[in-house]
Design a protein around this ligand. Structure first.
Ligand code: HEC
Length: 256
């Protein structure tokens, strides 16, 4: 009985696990709380990814029609609403920008995002997308709490109401001298009333959660299959445990 129980636990850990943990360089990471079983969230995430990210980043391991099939989006819907960089639904998510242009404008090759959720982890991605702040010393006018001196502009700033401001505090460093460090980030929606600004911030965070959800799906599309298979396997094992228990009782009755 104990062994069976352990097997069930191990198997469920295998099916449900696989989460990557990545460090944010000492900065507190906000939990993404994304949910792979939420199809609406995944669809919104894909829409955001295609509209806001695919102009610079590719996702070379992801085919449009595979995502469509997994997320319940028809070929027709894909073609009409989501395919700006491809003609056929069987193509991978190529980037709109050429490598030469990327080098010219950004000075680096922009990374492919197919498996970024595995290398960085979902909490890091959520924190990254929600912690851009104004820094006039940087080329794009922004910096990031978990990616110091980031070379990416805050492409979803409008959705957030505007780029956040950093509030600083003074801390005594290891050298015994006072240093200015970031205490927190605050929303900055310009002339928008405070209540509307807060609503925008919440909406933005929800959208980022969906986007991160999609990035996690893209990092390992098979996870969606594993989830539904995992539940079936566990149900079968529970059923099997039940049968085995009564079989054992039946056999031992003759022995005693
Ligand atoms: C205008 C071009 C541009 C757009 C649009 C853009 N990015 Fe980026 N992104 C970059 C550049 C450039 C870097 C590299 C930054 C660096 O190395 O300093 C980067 C880096 C990243 C990284 C860090 C990758 C790593 O592991 O180092 C992530 C994650 C990321 N982008 C996510 C996104 C997401 C999600 C979107 C869509 C909401 C997006 N990006 C849209 C230009 C862009």
């Amino acid at each position: 009985m104990k062994t069976l129980f352990r097997t069930v636990m191990l198997l469920s850990a295998f099916f449900i696990g696989g989460q990557t943990f990545a460090s944010g360089g000492g900065v507190h990471l906000e939990p993404a709380h994304n949910d792979l079983s939420n199809q609406g969230s995944l669809q919104n995430g894909m829409k955001l990814f295609v509209n806001y990210c695919l102009s610079c980043h590719s996702a070379e391991y992801m085919r449009f029609n595979r995502a469509g099939k997994d997320l319940g989006i028809s070929d027709e819907q894909l073609k009409q609403n989501l395919m700006f960089t491809a003609d056929k639904v069987g193509e991978t998510m190529k980037v709109a920008m050429t490598k030469d242009d990327a080098k010219k404008w950004f000075g680096i090759a922009i990374p492919d995002l197919s498996v970024v959720a595995r290398s960085r982890g979902v909490d890091w991605l959520y924190t990254y997308m929600t912690s851009f702040y104004r820094d006039d010393k940087r080329t794009w006018g922004v910096n990031n709490l978990v990616f110091k001196d980031v070379g990416m502009p805050h492409v979803m700033a409008d959705m957030e109401g505007g780029v956040k401001d950093a509030v600083y505090k003074t801390e005594i460093g290891e050298d015994g001298k006072p240093h200015q460090v970031i205490d927190k980030l605050v929303s900055n929606c310009g002339a928008l009333p405070k209540a509307d600004c807060e609503k925008k911030a919440q909406e933005y965070n929800r959208n980022v959660r969906d986007l991160v959800n999609y990035l996690e799906y893209m990092g390992e599309p098979a996870k969606l299959v594993r989830y539904s298979l995992g539940v079936k396997v566990i149900l079968f094992l529970l059923f099997f445990t039940f049968i085995a228990y009564f079989l054992k009782k039946e056999y031992w009755r003759d022995v005693h």
